[in-house]
Design a protein around this ligand. Structure first.
Ligand code: 5GP
Ligand code: ZN
Length: 114
């Protein structure tokens, strides 16, 4: 998708600090971290948001979760815990319209959802 920041990161047109990659998923450090560990996990295929998921592309969400599990193992978060967050649409604060999950950890995040 031309003009999409995360597609440009996927294609190497915008530099990023990659922490995980396989044939379907890419994860890289958030440019504006809110916790000691903050990466964004994206599918390589361009899907705007949860609203655009359907029967044929919903497997990307499973791929993201399997990637999160591996990233947690590789970064010492598996037993400590971490949070996966998806923002969908304007009232949720989604600013990049390429579906992504924030993976946040490295400190006690508390119990509040917002
Ligand atoms: P959203 O608010 O859409 O859920 O989250 C978008 C995230 O993308 C934000 O946390 C923001 O810091 C991050 N972000 C925006 N542009 C870039 C970029 O060019 N590189 C990286 N690594 N992160 C970005
Ligand atoms: Zn994209």
């Amino acid at each position: 998708m031309s003009g999409c920041i995360f597609c440009k990161i996927r294609d190497g047109e915008i530099p990023s600090n990659r922490v995980y990659e396989d044939d379907k998923v890419l994860a890289f450090k958030d440019i504006n971290p809110v916790a000691p560990f903050h990466v964004l996990i994206i599918p390589k295929v361009h899907i705007e948001s949860v609203n655009e998921l359907n029967e044929s592309n919903v497997n990307t969400v499973a791929d993201i979760h399997l990637a999160a599990k591996k990233i947690a193992e590789e970064n010492g978060l598996k037993d400590k815990g971490y949070r996966l967050i998806n923002n969908c649409g304007s009232e949720a604060g989604q600013t990049v319209m390429h579906i992504h999950y924030h993976m946040i950890g490295g400190k006690n995040l508390g119990t509040a959802i917002i």
